[in-house]
Design a protein around this ligand. Structure first.
Ligand SMILES: Cc1cc2nc3c(=O)[nH]c(=O)nc-3n(C[C@H](O)[C@H](O)[C@H](O)COP(=O)(O)O)c2cc1C
Length: 161
């Protein structure tokens, strides 16, 4: 799906915002749970004009969201209250002039997928940011792009739901 055309109609854009967080997945969260989260997220985000990227490493989530500020403000408490994760910690909250993940209503990398590919380095990355300070926008973009771009199409097919 591509929303670029609907989002680039030439109409003046509302104030855009991006927000990123890390959280701990509910113990025992299954692939089925992850798929349900992603399916609902993609449906809702498509309707609401939310783009972004979600990473799951088997224990933790990291997610970046971008949308009109009001949409993010309304969505975030819903996500935070979701009992499929806990201990959510904000990494980034900033106004943006343009989207950086415009091609997806929620891309996803599942690093816990059973693949013949060493994802340990990528998995360690989430631990690195979990206990650290907040990130500035370039740092956050670099972090999420690492997951979104490090892969060949074959690897992407395995890692992505
Ligand atoms: C890690 C995580 C990420 C989520 N991301 C989104 C999201 O991007 N968009 C969304 O609408 N819901 C997201 N959800 C699901 C929401 O918490 C909530 O279940 C959902 O928005 C409810 O949608 P509904 O009112 O249509 O049933 C996420 C949940 C989790 C645990």
């Amino acid at each position: 799906m591509c929303f670029h055309t609907t989002w680039c109609t030439g109409k003046p854009t509302m104030a855009m915002m991006t927000l990123a967080y890390v959280s701990e997945a509910r113990p025992g969260l299954s692939l089925k749970d992850l798929k349900q989260i992603l399916r609902r997220a993609r449906e809702n985000n498509y309707r609401r004009g939310v783009s972004g990227y979600l990473v799951f490493d088997g224990l933790c989530f990291a997610q970046i969201l971008e949308a009109e500020a009001g949409v993010i403000e309304a969505l975030m408490p819903v996500i935070e209250a979701d009992d499929r994760h806990q201990r959510l910690r904000l990494l980034l909250r900033e106004s943006i002039g343009e989207r950086h993940f415009a091609e997806t209503c929620m891309g996803c990398a599942n690093l816990a997928a059973p693949v013949h590919l060493d994802t340990s380095e990528l998995r360690g990355l989430i631990r690195d940011v979990t206990g650290s300070r907040q990130l500035c926008l370039p740092e956050a973009l670099e972090f999420f792009r690492l997951f979104a771009t490090f892969r060949t199409p074959e690897q992407a097919a395995l890692l992505t739901l």
